[in-house]
Design a protein around this ligand. Structure first.
Ligand code: ZN
Length: 474
């Protein structure tokens, strides 16, 4: 047994051993007469104290091996050394480690080829007791990126914290493995990072100018590829934007007989929710019951009760909820663009050149460069207040009684209105339009509305399963 121990370190001597279940415990002690202080390299022979230090080593005869060293703590005699005492160090055992160097190497050898969970299972049967987090940290210490051999890669941004901080990931196109990550997507950082990979030949990326610029800057000769995913994503987005610019939110079509439409759920009147809210208010004023309203508008009775019990202001807030979702996405896109503009400006591009590169108006660029500009639209969901708002109820009454704009203007003037006649005119025509729509909604059964957002999926999916529209509506 002493010979076995000497293989680990020739200064060790065997004391005793003991087998407990699947583990062999071996007691040893160091025979070295003088020990070198690791801080000042001065030799010391004076022992301060002794303590037991245990560590795992390679298995023997199918048993896990744990060494128990009667480790010495020595005095350091060097008065200039910052240590008064030090523990005897060993070459086979890193400072404070619980595993011998050769065992660590064995663990890494196993873990490199399988997942850390599998490695944990393999190692725990007969090699050493080790957890997956230990395996991971051992691997992290050893893996170095072989930057010389990285040639064909793809880079893309990812969110460390959505809308706040982004990082950049690099994936090897040949091995499909993550090569490296950095906690930034700023031009300067990406350039410096890319420069540390000396042999990049192909870099695939999204459509962002920042990345394109960084790659050109770091590797002018590398071929840049716009990847299919981002090409399609951009194309899809532009198609939707274009479609939205030419088609109304709600499209009026001749009514499709409700009887033949698919049953329940799908069988709702296709009018915007905001319109339903308005109509529900009108019906309630006309003495309809909740049940009747729910039936006419094809809404859930609980929803009807909920919205009509709200004040006008609360109803607006409720409707805002649905708007906010689409707003959030737009905000994200805008913020991305703002940061891109600022990046380009920082890199010394002129406003005019940025405008040209991004296809934006130079005034927008100036606006984006203003540090106070954020992705938020200040005007989201707000209708501008009118100076006629205090007279709203009154005006509604006059309009229903068919007063002309001039008559209404005259009455309001006696009550302190100081605005122009044309303001009254505009206000009334808007009011008439909404009153007319209300009426039409309740009386007109010849038409119904199809939502634009139900049509959009049909641009990309030939299958009708992607839309809520009925066969007839299509
Ligand atoms: Zn010392």
């Amino acid at each position: 047994m002493d010979d076995v121990v000497k293989l680990l370190d020739e200064n060790l001597s065997y004391i005793s051993h003991e087998i407990i279940e699947d583990t062999l415990f071996i007691r040893v002690a160091s025979e070295k007469l003088s020990v070198i202080c690791p801080s000042c390299n001065t030799a010391s022979t004076k022992v301060h104290s002794r303590y037991e230090r245990t560590f795992h080593d390679l298995p023997m005869q199918g048993k896990k091996v744990v060494y128990v060293i009667h480790n010495r703590k020595m005095f350091c005699h060097n008065v200039r050394c910052h240590r008064k005492t030090f523990a005897e160090p060993f070459l086979f055992l890193p400072y404070k480690a619980k595993k011998s160097t050769r065992l660590e190497q064995e663990i890494i050898k196993v873990a490199q080829h399988v997942s850390s969970l599998t490695a944990e299972r393999i190692l725990n049967c007969g090699i050493a007791k080790v957890g997956k987090s230990t395996i991971c940290s051992l691997l992290k210490k050893t893996i170095t990126i072989d930057k010389i051999h990285v040639k064909r890669v793809c880079i893309d941004d990812f969110a460390l914290k959505k809308r706040r901080t982004y990082g950049t990931i690099m994936v090897d196109l040949d091995t499909h493995r993550v090569v490296d990550l950095i906690p930034s997507r700023d031009g300067e950082d990406v350039i410096n990072w890319l420069k540390t990979f000396p042999n990049l030949e192909i870099v695939s990326r999204d459509g962002s100018i920042t990345y394109a610029h960084s790659i050109t800057e770091a590797h002018p000769k590398a071929i840049q590829i716009s990847d299919r995913f981002h090409l399609l994503q951009n194309l899809t987005r532009y198609c939707i934007e274009f479609f939205k610019s030419v088609v109304k939110t709600n499209i009026k079509i001749p009514v499709t007989t409700l009887k033949e439409a698919p049953p329940v759920n799908v069988n709702h009147l296709n009018i915007p929710f905001a319109e339903k809210v308005k109509a529900a208010n009108g019906l309630l004023d006309n003495g309809y019951t909740f049940h009747q309203i729910a039936k006419v508008l094809q809404m859930d009775i609980r929803t009807v009760k909920k919205i009509v019990s709200m004040s006008l202001h609360e109803q607006e807030e409720y409707l805002m909820g649905t708007m906010k979702q689409s707003h959030a996405y737009k905000m994200l896109q805008k913020e991305k663009q703002i940061s891109e503009v600022r990046q380009l400006y920082k890199q010394g591009n002129s406003k005019r050149s940025i405008a040209r590169q991004l296809g934006l108006d130079p005034r927008t660029i100036s606006n984006y460069l203003n540090p106070e500009t954020t992705g938020t639209h200040a005007s989201l969901g707000q209708t501008r207040p009118s100076i006629l708002d205090p007279y709203a109820e009154e005006i509604k009454r006059y309009v229903t009684n068919r007063y002309t704009a001039i008559q209404i203007d005259a009455i309001l003037r006696t009550k302190g209105y100081k605005g122009s006649v044309s303001t009254v005119g505009h206000y009334i025509s808007k009011l008439k339009k909404s009153l007319f729509e209300d009426r039409q909604l309740l009386q007109n059964a010849e038409f119904e509305f199809v939502k634009r957002k139900e049509i959009i999926p049909l641009l990309f999916h030939s299958k009708k399963t992607k839309t809520k529209l009925s066969e007839k509506q299509l």
